[in-house]
Design a protein around this ligand. Structure first.
Ligand code: ATP
Length: 458
């Protein structure tokens, strides 16, 4: 029987096998910040390449950019992030622990500590921004802090999620909480320099930072994370909006199913109950993690909210001219925005498998070949010079084309196990027959079948 791992098992797997580590671990770590090890960073690189291929390489009307993390602070005023990008928080006065109200209630519901009615009531109050009523809800229902066990709460407050700092001239600056704004403020430069006509898109992969209040569920909610976003600029109008919104919803779902091989039944669309300050319509793509269905990507109709606001704040013309109609307008935007780290967590949840059949058991990462961190492991059967020389020679040739590894330590069985665990699709073994007829065995990770092939045909 095959079984995926629980979240604590995934955390252990990531550390043990070099995928993800707690950042600054030797100093006891920093909450919700993580580092990717050798295999994790290669896996991440492959996910980013697949996304770029899907969005930019396959669309002649989508171009790529790499904008800066620190931008003019006025950008975040214009985008609404300074005033509106916040969560509701509450502190327990005894434990000094801070909770994000909606996530705290979600956790209480999952643990069976509150009813669905109370959960829904809380959500309604959060959506209506009724701070005092939320506080009353805590007190009237005797909601206790899990750490102190008391009901001694502060009033509910807004907490802005942007990290800020002061530059040398004492200006307040921000670490970007999304990559999208770097696209909007560059939109005309890019459109002109690449001669794009509406409809067209701009894609970007990059780091984003959010001072998340509740940081848990491993890399699902991080303070420093990577986004893969694409802003698609279209003509204003309801017909265009619906057409491209539906198009991108379908495209993005297909990518998870057809390219990342996630089973369709483990994914779902979830319309937003509450729209973000910029959105006209929004839906999430959710994946069924070991801790339930959760968002991996948002598809948002942002209208002309961002570009109009930038036009107002920067006092420059951000209209685009349609050469056919001679019309000038501010484009509307459909955004697809996914978190690379959540995709990695999804891939680990889906494809790291404990296989057991009869008396055998093995741990295997059944990731597809294009995403696998290492494609080929080149292994001499034993650490004997006549075998290692040939194996090294094969490795030196293959590494020019593929991410390969060479390993001659320990028994061949242990080396197969190690490669199954990190998801290497093929192990190439050099044995004594190789010296006679230039053939090697190729062992396939999923079937464990071995075939003999000529070295020339590798
Ligand atoms: P959530 O509701 O889970 O906080 P969000 O709706 O605020 O997410 P968006 O602003 O739509 O998220 O960001 C787009 C994508 O960026 C999300 O779908 C997610 O994959 C990723 N993302 C957002 N916040 C984080 C985070 N703190 N850690 C990791 N990935 C994140």
């Amino acid at each position: 029987m095959d079984k995926g791992l629980s979240l604590p098992e995934i955390v252990n797997y990531c550390k043990e096998y070099g995928f993800i580590f707690q950042s600054s671990e030797v100093y006891d770590g920093v909450q919700a910040i993580y580092d990717y090890g050798h295999y994790g960073s290669l896996l991440k690189q492959n996910v980013k390449s697949e996304w770029l291929k899907e969005m930019v390489q396959k669309h002649n009307n989508i171009v790529n950019i790499d904008s800066s993390i620190i931008m003019h602070p006025m950008i975040w005023k214009a985008s609404g992030h300074v005033d509106n990008f916040d969560d509701l928080m509450i502190d327990n006065k005894d434990s000094k622990k801070r909770y994000r109200v909606d996530v705290f209630f979600e956790q209480l519901l999952a643990e069976g500590k509150i009813s669905k009615e109370l959960f829904d009531k809380c959500n309604e109050l959060v959506n209506n921004n009724s701070l005092e009523d939320i506080y009353d809800l805590f007190v009237e229902n005797n909601i206790k802090c899990p750490v102190s066990g008391t009901c001694n709460w502060t009033p509910v407050r807004h907490f802005n999620l942007m990290f800020n700092f002061r530059d040398i001239d004492d200006n307040t600056m921000y670490l970007r909480p999304e990559t999208a704004q770097g696209i909007y403020v560059n939109f005309l430069n890019i459109q002109r320099s690449t001669h794009q006509k509406i409809p067209f898109g701009i894609a970007q992969i990059g780091k984003a930072f959010r001072n998340e209040i509740i940081a848990r569920q491993f890399t699902f909610r991080m303070r420093e994370f990577e986004q893969m976003e694409m802003q698609f600029f279209i003509k204003p109008g309801e017909d265009e909006r619906v057409k491209y919104y539906e198009y991108w919803k379908e495209q993005r779902m297909n990518w998870y199913v057809n390219v990342l091989n996630i089973p369709r039944e483990k994914l779902r669309f979830k319309p937003h109950d509450k729209l973000a300050h910029y959105a006209k319509a929004a839906v999430d793509i959710e994946y069924e993690f070991p801790f339930g269905f959760k968002e991996i990507e948002g598809i948002h109709c942002r209208g002309d909210y961002d570009l109009s606001n930038h036009e107002r704040y920067c006092k420059k013309n951000l209209h685009i001219l349609d050469p056919e109609t001679n019309e000038s307008f501010i484009p509307n935007v459909i955004e697809t925005s996914c978190g690379c780290d959540r995709i990695i967590l999804m891939l680990l949840s889906e494809f790291v498998t404990n296989e057991s059949s009869d008396d055998k058991q093995r741990l295997v990462f059944r990731i597809n070949n294009d995403l696998a961190p290492i494609k080929y492991a080149i292994l001499p059967l034993m650490k004997k010079q006549e075998l290692t020389t040939v194996a090294r020679d094969i490795y030196d040739k293959m590494k020019l084309k593929y991410m390969c590894s060479y390993d001659d330590s320990g028994s061949i069985g242990k080396r197969y196990v190690r490669n199954d665990i990190i998801g290497t699709p093929y192990c190439v073994t050099v044995d004594y027959q190789t010296l006679e007829d230039s053939t090697v065995t190729i062992r396939h990770r999923d079937t464990m079948e071995q075939k003999r092939v000529n070295v020339e045909n590798l």
